[in-house]
Design a protein around this ligand. Structure first.
Ligand SMILES: C[S@@+](CC[C@H](N)C(=O)[O-])C[C@H]1O[C@@H](n2cnc3c(N)ncnc32)[C@H](O)[C@@H]1O
Length: 276
């Protein structure tokens, strides 16, 4: 079987399933992964005959995707802010919206010399900010398995980040950071049934759900950041779809220069606030 035929048949299988977005692109990514090549190779070599092992790999990847496994957990990688991060089902797949956290941090606090990423998952925020600013960087997570993935990403991307297993920022000293960033779990438990199956069944529960209201981690992040930030330091967090009002109510008079940053669809996606 040639690359061209494998793509046509794979895309058709995925399309027939009915719930897989962009079936042709998915087939291309999975076939390139089976061939251990970049996607562009497929376009230059439509006549490449698949070896038996390549065919077996491709078949297995298609089967996994049809079962709902996200493409990124099959290929083990996801791009974030122009760099490739390794991902496993122990970590959330970094989302493009989260790049707004990086952009906001660089704009408002690009000169920070000590940065902490709380709930680091794959390490995408901590590693990116360390590499973009050269600051001293720490990252925490409650999941030791996630921290192992993050540490591996930091190593392969050559970013000196210190990883700490702890509950939020409980291991960090008072007034020790210039910038705290976080993309916390914010999905209310009652919304679990309505999530896409790729998210609900595959991404870590600890990365998604904060508790019954979805505001439980925000509450603790805001109050503990006031302890760990130096005066004038910045707290920058990603927001859930309808989190703005609830988070605004947590930002007491101690916080100033509060800024709500919309995503491309105009939804407030990031909040930034400086500690007074
Ligand atoms: C939404 S994910 C974000 C991961 C990554 N920062 C990103 O943007 O893709 C939230 C992360 O917070 C971690 N987490 C959840 N509760 C925590 C807690 N109490 N203390 C520390 N980390 C926590 C989860 O394990 C998960 O890795």
């Amino acid at each position: 079987m040639t690359v061209q035929t494998a793509l046509v048949q794979g895309a058709q299988l995925l399309e027939d399933e009915g719930a897989i977005p962009v079936p042709r692109l998915t087939a291309e990514v999975l076939l390139a992964h089976a061939l251990r090549r970049e996607r562009v190779y497929l376009f230059g070599h439509p006549e490449h005959e698949l070896s038996e092992i390549e065919w077996l790999h491709y078949g297995r990847y298609l089967h996994e995707r049809l079962q709902g496994k996200p493409t990124q957990y099959i290929t083990g990688r996801q791009e974030f802010y122009g760099r490739e991060f390794r991902v496993t089902p122990d970590v959330l797949i970094p989302r493009p919206e989260t790049e707004h956290v990086v952009e906001t941090a660089l704009r408002l606090a690009g000169g920070a010399s000590r940065i902490l990423d709380v709930g680091c998952g794959s390490g995408n925020l901590a590693v990116t900010l360390q590499l973009e600013t050269g600051a001293a960087a720490w990252a925490s997570d409650i999941s030791p398995a996630a921290l192992r993935v993050a540490a591996r990403n930091a190593l392969s991307l050559d970013a000196p980040v210190s990883f700490v297993a702890c509950d939020l920022m409980s291991a960090f000293a008072s007034r020790s950071m210039d910038l705290i960033v976080s993309n916390p779990p914010y999905v209310p438990l009652k919304e679990a049934a309505g999530l896409q199956r790729e998210v609900r069944d595959w991404e870590p529960r600890q990365a998604l759900f904060a508790g019954p209201t979805g505001f439980e981690i925000y509450e603790r992040l805001v109050s503990d950041s006031a302890r760990v930030l130096k005066p004038g330091g910045w707290l920058i967090m990603e927001l859930g779809f309808s989190s703005r009002e609830g988070v605004a109510a947590m930002l007491s008079a101690r916080w100033r220069e509060v800024e709500w940053v919309p995503d491309l669809a105009g939804i407030p996606r990031v909040v930034a606030a400086a500690l007074g």
